[in-house]
Write a protein of this length. Sequence first.
Length: 193
Amino acid sequence: MNRRSLLCVLAVTYIASSALHSGTAFAYQLNGCKFSGSDPVIPYRFGSLVSNSRVDATQGGGVEWNKESVPPTFKTWGGGGHYKIFVTEGSYVGGWEARIVVNLDNPCPTGVWPDNQREMNWNTPSPGGIGGDAKALKAVATHELGHTLGLAHTSGTTSSGTPSVMRTGMTFWLCGWGNWPFPDDKHGVSAIY
């Protein structure tokens, strides 16, 4: 068994045993913040220093959410009207690949993102070691866009027995689970909007 397969087996074993010992695992959790409206259109704008691989990953993550039968709709900002997500890339302290910038002291006093906007930061060089792996970058983007929709991190197994794009860590690309929203992610978004 190679190292990648072993890591995948260990991760799945740990997750399954944690769920058995901790009772019912949460399918999804809400972070308390979302965009306004019941079916908003969410344009994202790219800063001038965002690399092509991060642009492609962000657009790919948006496409994955758009394929699902849940509101909202992501699209690239066309220069007219207001964008809702500003995507940047830089070198930041921390081991994260990307993040949604949140004021932890008072993230969403009204339940809607302040000014109905968010900033997404890509961190380079790739601190998590995924580099330019397109599948892994798209999984990260889909995960971060899930945060903008109102989903928080989830752990353990999910109620439908499938993985969640909102899981943290490298499970997606180590286990080949994919880089798209899973049923419980979609249920979470449907509950929010």
